[in-house]
Design a protein around this ligand. Sequence first.
Ligand SMILES: [Zn+2]
Length: 230
Amino acid sequence: MKQNMQRKEKRYKKTVRLFLASLCLGLILTTGCGIAGIEEQPLPAETSKNHKQTDAGPWYLTLVNRWNPLPENYDLELAEVEGGELVDQRIYDSLMEMLEAAEAEGLAPIVVSGYRTRAVQQRFMDEKIAEFRQEGFSESEARELAEQWVAIPGTSEHELGLAVDINGDTYDIYPWLQENSYKYGFIFRCPADKQNITGIAEEVWHYRYVGVKAATEMYESGLCLEEYLE
Ligand SMILES: [Zn+2]
């Protein structure tokens, strides 16, 4: 934690600038391709039940998606990143290295969403259901629609503490992350062409830690996490 605090202090001066930058980008995202930080998850046309993870494997390869809920009594220790978001403390150093590398490229990266409790994920779901209710849908219709856009509580990678949503002051952050995140153990988790397998529409801001070895193999092979674990 002491090291974390030092890092936090070192990066603190950038906070205000980054926060303003993320606000600007947040506006763009809100109007353009959805709100970064809230899972947008249209139901894929063809969903497969074949992506059940059979054995547990190492913690960093835990598969969580709509077919694989969070393990029971999932326990984790959290570390706070600049801006106040939390992540599993085991990925903190790798995340900081990646952010610092992006920072050195002038990309002003910031974590806008990290660990979420079940309750927070439930709140996102409830808000989405309320939105559809206001548009005149019945309770069951509203729920069904909401589940196309928000991960069902218990099935969001953010509840694992291993996923982060990252913004920058321009769109350039996203191609940079796609080309470089594997060096730090993170993968572009939800590419557009894997939607039927991941169950999630493209989310350019959502990165998932899987360790450098797996991330490099997935980057080089083009496999998504579900395919890689098969
Ligand atoms: Zn996310």
